[in-house]
Design a protein around this ligand. Structure first.
Ligand code: SIN
Length: 283
């Protein structure tokens, strides 16, 4: 197994593995460490059926909870992320976010496997939230370390949210409801349980405020942090081909499904892995 950098900033391609035949426990832990270090791992030319995909995901950790989207028949932990060529409604994942950050224990990682993708378009972009934090001034870091972000699924899955009403024309059965309005508070700066590295745990889709601040205060600070996080130096982009599997670390990244492939079909399988309650960085 060889690990090659994807960009100068972060992300890596993992070469020399056939995930369909399964991987030994020892190799799974090497991949887990590589993910914590590189934040995004890309495995190319993998011929996987859904069972193989689940088996690989299980070797990396427990399955996480998947709210608001109906999973695949017979595979309660797998989502089919599907878009037909003529679909026009909101695109699943098309906003900067860290998966399900509104949960008490947000997923540690997500695995996305490409089944059918456009010739060009439909890439997934990532930010590196370690770099976003580390590049701030010491003064700003010390302010942020004491703060807690308020996360909620309301804007996406609440009754008035992007996916609040069922869309009979959509390929994915996304069903928001009133449970989405709940707030969950997490440290704004979290420490990664494997690397100890500190990352900025905010995202524009689910972080709706900062505990103890007025709306005016928190929205200005969050606006700065959202823009700071997605500056080009802290991003990478995965171009898909059928058989590409990408795994990302939700503790240290945000991602964005790019909506630039109208007229083309895109089908992916997606699994999230269970995570822990985010650990507050101490200093
Ligand atoms: C997601 O946000 O999990 C989906 C990303 C994608 O479809 O590229």
């Amino acid at each position: 197994m060889e690990i090659k950098p994807l960009t100068g900033a972060f992300g890596a391609e993992v070469l020399g593995l056939d995930l369909a035949v399964g991987i030994p426990e020892e190799q799974a832990r090497v991949i887990e460490t590589a993910l914590a270090d590189n934040a995004v791992l890309v495995f190319r030319e993998q011929a996987l059926n859904i069972d193989d995909f689940e088996t690989f995901a299980k070797s990396m950790g427990e399955f996480g909870d998947t709210p608001f989207v109906t999973p695949m028949d017979g595979h309660p932990n797998v989502l089919q992320v599907l878009r037909q060529p003529d679909e026009e409604g909101p695109l699943f994942g098309s906003g900067w976010h860290s998966d399900w950050s509104f949960q008490l224990k947000p997923p540690s990682a997500t695995l996305l496997y490409a089944v059918d993708v456009p010739e060009a378009g439909g890439d997934t972009a990532f930010t590196n939230q370690y770099l976003a934090f580390e590049s701030l001034s010491e003064s700003m870091k010390s302010i942020l370390i004491g703060l807690k972000g308020i996360h909620s699924a309301e804007r996406s899955y609440g009754p008035k949210g992007t996916f609040g009403r069922p869309d009979p024309d959509a390929s994915m059965d996304i069903h928001g409801d009133e449970t989405a309005v709940v707030h969950q508070v997490h440290p704004l700066v979290r420490a990664h349980p494997l690397t100890g590295r500190r990352s900025l745990f905010i995202n524009e889709v689910y972080t709706v405020g900062i505990e103890g601040m007025t709306n005016a205060e928190s929205s200005s600070l969050l606006k700065f942090l959202f823009e700071h996080s997605r500056q080009i130096d802290f991003t990478c982009r995965v171009r898909w081909a059928p058989g590409t599997l990408t795994m990302w670390d939700n503790r240290s990244t945000q991602h964005f499904a790019i909506n630039d492939y109208f007229g083309n079909r895109r089908e992916m399988y997606r699994i999230t892995l269970a995570g822990e309650q985010p650990i507050r960085a101490l200093s």
